[in-house]
Design a protein around this ligand. Structure first.
Ligand code: GLY
Ligand code: MN
Ligand code: MN
Length: 504
């Protein structure tokens, strides 16, 4: 600080000697008044940091293609795809922001409050504009007098910078409600659930009566479903991102094995924390809440408390995925004997689940129905359960009645991408009742879960839960297991653990 920039010491204390209505932001509670002198001084002495040498992000050519495809499906219509907003966690703290998947898919951007608009162009096609919050104004003081100011939250890209990075026209998002109100009449759709303010603007514009609202809801739903359909097939850049997510996840699983003694001394939380470290260092976050389920907790499908003990002789079911900085997630499960070797009964359950997974993966190929790998894996589980005397055959009867589900609990997999359960609202004829196509990425994840209080199974099985989950790309020839670097068979798992478990 040089002397010229220094405020007058006598007037620089908060509010001292002035009644000027100038305030510093506090999210919850009374604002704190500042002096006019400080406010004036804060306007000056800032360097120009505009970046003028920016190149588009890697995915820019891909997002452009996706926008073109979307526009072609809805010619002449205005399409509004918001990023969403920060959500309050408690009082004045917020959850980390994660932009809505469709917005990320179409822009590559992750700014809170952002919004993509595909504006129908006069000569056909669409003009794509992304609306963003620009750099904070220094002149009017918003950069430090507003709770969203950059002084508190960090520098944002300027609109010009964001435009270069994303390969898109950019406008100030604060102008968007007015822009929508003043835009030429055109049928308009919005992806709902992310921006109540914009939804309200459109509700008024599109007609405020019940009939208009019903029609608008249907039309908006079609847009969301179409985007889910489009996201079913991953392009080469997305496949690369998913492979990165899986590779980081594989490293995270190795970290966990090395940390098992610490987990035994503490709890499942040590496992969750160890994996999270890898996710934060190499990616954005975990793609979903880690399931670190030791011993009988493995029989609770959505175990996320992760506060149980980790005991030698038991197995750890770890279901975890790193989400890349671009928001693509892996979804991998391994069930590992904590002390390095499966007991006989653990081995038996593990090998049956493994056989089911092998049978399932063999069914993942272009042209095969999506259901085929589930049905094949369930058949193998049902046959094994009949052989063990837990279910009464024949197998067709068991499968028809779904009796194996008492122990297998869930479906054998789902699409994977920006969401862990990706494309969930895609049309059933494209997904659940459709055929597999090259570029789809899905999980194959059979499991067996014998509840600790299940009197229908022998005591030795009670409290055992096993799931093996891998991420599989459908290729032109068949499939590629993206998570093949993690061992799957019981023999390979034991050998892998022997190499990694710290000597005791
Ligand atoms: N981790 C969630 C799932 O496997 O579907
Ligand atoms: Mn899964
Ligand atoms: Mn999973």
């Amino acid at each position: 600080m040089n002397d010229q920039q220094r405020p007058n010491a006598e007037t620089a204390q908060d509010g001292a000697g002035t009644d000027a209505p100038v305030f510093t932001p506090r999210k919850n509670g009374p604002y704190r008044r500042v002096s006019e002198e400080l406010a004036a001084w804060m306007r000056t002495g800032w360097a120009d940091t505009e970046r003028r040498d920016l190149r588009p992000v890697e995915q820019a050519p891909y997002t452009a293609k996706r926008r073109a495809a979307l526009g072609a499906r809805f010619p002449g219509e205005r399409l509004v795809v918001p990023a969403g907003h920060l959500k309050t966690r408690s009082n004045d703290t917020e959850y980390p922001f994660r932009a809505a998947c469709d917005y990320v898919y179409l822009t590559g951007d992750q700014s809170d409050g952002g919004c993509l608009v595909l504006e129908p162009a006069a000569g056909g096609g669409h003009e794509a504009i992304v609306y963003l919050l620009p750099r904070s104004d220094r002149e009017n003081g918003e950069f430090w007098l507003d709770g969203r100011g950059e002084l508190w939250n960090g520098r944002r890209d300027s609109l010009a910078e964001a435009g270069h990075l994303l390969g898109l026209a950019t406008h100030d998002v604060r102008a968007l409600p007015t822009a929508l109100k003043e835009a030429p009449a055109a049928p308009t759709r919005i992806v709902r659930g992310h921006d109540p303010v914009l939804e309200e603007v459109l509700r008024v514009l599109r007609g405020d009566d019940e009939e208009a609202e019903k029609l608008a809801a249907e039309r908006d739903g079609e847009l969301a479903v179409h985007l889910a359909d489009a996201r079913l097939i991953k392009d080469e850049w997305e496949i690369g991102q998913l492979q990165q997510a899986v590779d980081s996840t594989v490293r995270g699983f190795a970290d966990v094995v090395a940390a098992l003694p610490k987990a035994e001394a503490t709890s499942e939380r040590y496992i969750e924390g160890t994996f999270f470290l890898r996710a934060r260092v190499e990616g954005n976050d975990v793609g979903y809440g880690t399931i670190a389920a030791s011993g009988p907790n493995a029989t609770t499908l959505h175990w996320q408390r992760n506060d149980g003990p980790v005991r030698a002789g038991e197995m750890l079911l770890l279901d975890a995925g790193v989400e890349t900085t671009t928001l693509y997630t892996a979804d991998v499960t391994r069930t590992l004997p904590i002390s390095g070797r499966f007991t006989d009964v653990q081995h038996r359950v593990y090998d049956l689940v493994f056989a089911a997974q092998e049978a399932g993966i063999a069914e993942v190929a272009p042209g095969r129905p999506f259901r085929a790998y589930h049905e094949e894996a369930q058949r193998v589980l049902a046959e094994g359960l009949i052989e063990w005397g837990l279910l009464e055959g024949p197998v067709e009867r068991v499968l028809d009645l779904g009796l194996q589900r008492r122990y297998s609990l869930h479906g054998t997999g789902h699409m994977l991408g920006l969401d862990v359960h990706d494309c969930a609202i895609a049309r059933t004829e494209c997904y659940v009742h459709g055929d597999l196509e090259p570029g789809m990425v899905l999980t194959v994840e059979p499991g067996l879960y014998f509840q600790p209080d299940d009197l229908t199974v022998p005591e030795e099985l009670r409290g055992i839960g096993v799931r093996i989950e891998d991420d599989v790309l459908v290729t032109a020839e068949g499939n590629q297991v993206l998570s093949a670097a993690l061992p799957r068979s019981s023999e390979d798992v034991e050998a892998w653990l022997a190499e990694r478990l710290p000597a005791v």
